[in-house]
Design a protein around this ligand. Structure first.
Ligand code: HEM
Length: 466
């Protein structure tokens, strides 16, 4: 019998995170901290107040955590909130004007183009290749010595990239997943750091260190992606070639219903890089944090082991996502405590009111899943790992806008159900085969580099289950 919500609190694990500051940082401290690790800048007030509005080095900014106000920004008054300049400056050199960074008409056309890839039916059809990739990952780990320490974050990034190759990029990623994994990680680590010059609004022609360092990686992306497109174009030139139903086909065949025009080369390239970037590090982090949290909770580890033992052999892969209920609860709780996309930022086009405060035209509006998910007004024992929050009635009571790992509204993550399904399938296969132990000497610090990752990876000792 499972423990009830209240019974379990005494034993639940406190998920480590930087201690909120008592006072906000001064301008220099803030610039440094934003570059080093933005999650270290939050103050206690951010986790206690529905909204904080103030003038910082970034200009006027509102940090919004009240669910009704989040709903207004992301859904009800979404036309008033565009993706802000800072986010675009950080991401655009790599991701260009792809779906994640584009706005307005260009965004709508691209979203319409890729939507068929992520219909519920299509996502279900990806379950068997996801399960196959999970089995390959298990075999790879089985080659390790018992008790050997592995950086599971690298292994998780590898399996999620392989899943992209088996589902939405069916010609593969040319240079091999390992190169791509390293390149995406390097890109996020260099260009993905917020640059002081961007914070201060310096013009783009002034070089940024992170961007200079990321140039070779950008060249790698460009060459690889061009090779992927060229290969597919050559295949398409063969009249007998039957184009696969994958993302590249959709992007190449897309036409604007109004103009009849397709995506231009830049948009094509930007979207391929966007889907590789947005589509694997995020899920890999959700898996990595899940493995860590499970290593701290014998009860939940046992529950997931028995669910995996029971369900993996019990039916087809297509129904796994609906059967792996406790596995899903653990992943959702891991994404609550460590949301892979830790901050969403927007800019108000016109004045507005949010949570009783006036939002001026041009103000930066920040919705931080990291803050919202650990907010004192929204969650009971917010820092404790308690996956039972995501089961049954407790799950139904969670406000849609208090739990936003995938964002919400029209710009909600297009890959959300894809990501959840793959994380469930991979985690269940790992739990069936192995026990992962946290290396106690390795301090756990969540660090935000576009995605929220564990600082210096996640070394864990791996043992085959009896
Ligand atoms: C656990 C895994 C994932 C998390 C936590 C996540 C999170 C998010 C969030 C929060 C957004 C909204 C950003 C905003 O509103 O500013 C987003 C957008 C997006 N995500 Fe994901 N994502 C995940 C996996 C994926 C996967 C697997 C794919 C593709 C295969 C993907 C592709 C995208 C794209 C293309 C967008 C932009 C959508 C748009 O603006 O229309 N993501 N994601």
């Amino acid at each position: 019998m499972s423990l009830s919500f209240a019974d379990n609190r005494g034993q639940a694990f406190r998920a480590p995170a930087p201690k909120p500051r008592e006072m906000p940082l001064g301008p220099i401290g803030l610039i440094m901290a934003l570059r080093q690790n933005p999650v270290e800048t939050w103050t206690r007030a951010h986790f206690e107040k529905p909204i904080l509005v103030g003038r910082r080095v970034l200009g006027e900014m509102a940090v919004v955590s009240e669910p009704a106000a989040i709903r207004r920004v992301l859904l009800d008054n979404v036309a008033n909130y565009r993706k802000d300049d800072l986010q675009r400056r950080v991401l655009s050199p790599g991701l260009g004007n792809g779906l994640l960074t584009a706005d307005g008409k260009q965004w709508r056309a691209q979203r319409r183009t890729v939507a068929p890839m992520f219909t519920p039916r299509n996502v279900l059809s990806f379950a068997p290749p996801m399960a196959e990739a999970a089995r390959v990952a298990v075999e790879r780990l089985q080659r390790r010595r018992p008790g050997q320490t592995v950086d599971v974050s690298a292994d998780m990034a590898r399996v999620t990239l392989e899943i992209l190759e088996r589902t939405i990029f069916t010609d593969g990623l040319g240079q091999g997943p390992e190169h791509f994994r390293e390149a995406v990680s390097r890109y996020f680590d260099t260009a993905g750091r917020i640059d002081p010059l961007d914070l201060l609004g310096f013009p783009d022609f002034i070089p940024r260190i992170g961007r200079i360092k990321s140039r070779p990686t950008l060249r790698f992306f460009r060459d690889s992606v061009d090779a992927i497109i060229e290969k597919r174009r050559q295949s398409l030139a063969d009249p007998d070639y039957k184009a696969p139903h994958d993302l590249l086909t959709l992007l190449l065949e897309a036409t604007d219903p109004e103009t009849g025009e397709g995506l231009d080369e830049e948009e094509l390239r930007a979207n391929i890089i966007t889907f590789i970037g947005a589509g694997h590090e995020t899920t890999a982090n959700a898996l990595t944090w899940s493995l860590y949290l499970l290593s701290q909770s014998p009860e939940w580890r046992a529950r997931l082991e028995s669910e995996a033992d029971r369900e993996l052999g019990a039916g087809g892969a297509e129904t796994l996502a609906e059967r792996l209920i406790e596995t899903r609860a653990v992943i959702e709780e891991a994404m609550r405590l460590y949301p892979p996309a830790a901050t969403l930022t927007r800019e108000a086009i016109e004045p507005d009111m949010l949570a009783g405060r006036r939002i001026k035209k041009g103000m930066r509006v920040v919705v931080s899943p990291f803050v919202v998910h650990r907010h004192r007004l929204l969650w009971r024992d917010p820092d404790l790992f308690m996956p039972e929050r995501f089961l049954g009635e407790a799950r139904e009571k969670i406000d849609r806008f208090a739990y936003i790992p995938f964002g919400a509204g029209p710009r909600v993550c297009v890959g959300a159900s894809f990501a959840l399904q793959e994380a469930q399938i991979v985690l269940a296969h790992l739990m069936q085969a192995f026990r992962f132990e946290h290396v106690e000497t390795h301090e756990i610090v969540p660090v935000q580099r576009v995605t929220l990752r564990p600082k210096n990876g996640m070394p864990m000792r791996i043992f085959a289950r009896e």
